[in-house]
Write a protein that binds this ligand. Structure first.
Ligand code: F0G
Length: 353
């Protein structure tokens, strides 16, 4: 069967009506991949939920299809968001598909190249500010309160509704909820959405509940530190956020599930960012790798028991941020003359080595 997209597939769990447009880019239904090498190294059963396989390359598509469909249903002709990059790519794509405008407000110089390229190609109105994500979010909240434009950041409840469907899929893919769900935390919408999804699916199908383990980047770890951070900094620009909008919901998800929210350093993030493609063949953007870095850290600390079944959410595709990738690898290409004999000799030498 051709996958119908989230709104159709999960309509009985979503706030859709006869008037909700059948918007889709066939988001959702992403793979859950067993990480055999890391599982063995860590002594756990580790899986990755591949959210980079969504149409615009991140989990944001799940929330954005709902938010844009509901905006259109309400008669809106434009949507607006602040973004570290992925939200803006998704907003721009779904607005294009729906035939409405997208206005995106992003921190100048702090959005990964692939995400910026997407917003440009999908035809968004791009406003770069000399400020950070938190400041951009404040501005778009004010604009949407005073102008006829729908806010599609995760403070829009339809975003959370769409994003909760990833938890349903994990339960269906594993047959039940895992012991632990490890997830990066930025603005804290996604951890809140997953927890809502696990609870609703458990009510409907008795799939059980995981412990929610959220991971912030150390330089942007407001929830871990217990106070907003005015100037957040991290190599993981996706989660460079100092005052998460869904702070309270994330803390509730942590506490209700008996989980944790911890921080991972840029070094831990970058190690996971390189380990994952080399050992598992999976390329995820740095912000996503906070989940894997967190799992490694918590196993080392003895906070994840051996044998646990753990799902790490890989929130965005590695191709989103090619600049960080190439800056991490020492790449010193061999350049040979265009002489068949020389090239073949060289390659034979590599094969033997
Ligand atoms: N991972 C990636 C790849 C992200 O882009 C984000 C957030 C997160 C994790 C964190 O999710 O905010 O729900 O806690 N990106 C937003 C954006 C802020 O603008 O694209 P969260």
């Amino acid at each position: 069967m051709n996958w119908p997209g989230l709104i159709k597939q999960y309509q009985s769990y979503l706030p859709v009506t006869d008037q909700t447009p059948a918007l889709t880019l066939q988001e959702g239904n992403t793979p859950l991949v067993h990480l055999a090498h890391l599982s063995e190294q860590l002594g756990i059963e580790l899986y990755a939920k591949m959210e980079g396989a969504n149409p615009t390359g991140s989990f944001k598509d799940r929330g954005m299809v709902m938010a844009v469909a509901k905006a259109v249903e309400a008669g809106s002709e434009s949507v607006i968001c602040a973004s570290t990059g992925n939200t803006s790519a998704a907003a721009a794509a779904y607005a294009a598909k729906a035939g409405i405008r997208a206005i995106i407000v992003i921190p100048n110089g702090k959005v990964a190249l692939g995400k910026l390229a997407q917003a440009m190609m999908y035809g968004a109105e791009i406003v770069e500010i000399e400020g950070n994500f938190d400041e951009a979010l404040q501005i778009v909240r004010t604009v949407s309160d005073t102008a006829p434009v729908t806010l599609v950041n995760s403070v829009n409840p339809y975003r959370i509704e769409g994003q909760k469907t990833a938890a349903f899929e994990i339960c269906d893919q594993l047959g039940a909820a895992p012991d632990i769900l490890a997830i990066p935390v930025g603005n804290a919408g996604n951890i809140s959405a997953y927890w809502k999804g696990f609870k609703e699916y458990n009510d409907a199908k008795q799939t059980g509940l995981p412990k929610m383990f959220g991971f912030e980047a150390e330089g942007a770890a407001a929830i871990v530190k217990g106070e907003p951070i005015a100037q957040p900094e991290t190599v993981a620009t996706a989660i460079r956020i100092g005052n998460p909008a869904s702070w309270n919901l994330a803390v509730a998800a942590r506490d209700e599930s008996e989980g944790k929210i911890e921080s991972v350093s840029d070094q831990e993030i970058l190690e996971a960012f390189q380990l994952l493609p080399k050992s598992e063949g999976l390329f995820a953007e740095p912000g996503s790798c906070a989940s894997i870095a967190g799992v490694i850290q918590q196993v080392k600390n003895g906070q994840i028991e051996k044998g646990s079944k753990v799902v790490a959410v890989l929130t965005g595709n590695g191709l989103k941020d090619p600049q960080t990738a190439v800056s991490q690898i020492k790449y010193d290409p061999v350049v040979l003359p265009n002489d068949e004999e020389v090239i073949i000799d060289y390659i034979k030498g590599v094969v033997k080595a």
